[in-house]
Unconditional design. Sequence first.
Length: 264
Amino acid sequence: MTELIRTGTRSRFDSIVIDSPANRNALSLRLLTEALNAVRDSARGAGRGLVIEHAGPAFCSGVDLKERRALAREDQSHSRLLADLLRELWRYPKPVVVFVDGAVRGGGLGVLSCADLVVATTASTFAYSEARVGVAPALVMAVTLATASSRELMPHLLTGAAFDAATAESLGLVGRVVDTAERFDVDGVLGSFTHGAPAAQAVIKQLSRDWVTRDVSAVLHQMTVLSAELFAGDEAREGMTAFAEHRPPHWHDDRPMPSETNTP
């Protein structure tokens, strides 16, 4: 069986390539399990850090809705695995670098929020798409709002609208924007992190997590339950059905708003 997560090494970093282009690198149970195992192995290994890249035109299209819709409403498998993956990335003791050249949706934005550096091309797009299928980005918010402004993020969280790499950079989700993937100086970027001493870097990362006002691990546990409850709800069922049927969900109305009129 072909692996959905390809692992290797690059410039003394452990390398993960998300390689499920047939479903736009959606977070299926198998992909989440493989990614979680790869991150855990890397954390225990001798590599200087972790670099995450992707195959195909999307970095991640969020949770695999086709697979999730086929499961029982009360099934928490996707929520638990995504929470475990974000928890492992959040407390990963070495530098984490992500390279993006394409679409990032839903849970993929959680992965970005756990990274120490995200480099994206101008062709990349981003969206907290959960609200459009009747759920909330609860798990993603647990890591994103630990370091980003809720006021600036709120319009994107509430609307699910896509935004570009420049906006992602202004929100702090992306650290560097380049014109094309050819401008990715992967080895140069990774090499710059090897100037720091590994033990010192581990302390720096631990301090940065300790200074966050919320206990992210505890929040992720709470959000796992909430995420599963939301996926079991009627709005999620309608949202996933509408997504599968390529139609707007019932709560979306494309009709123009009536014009205001002045009455005497």
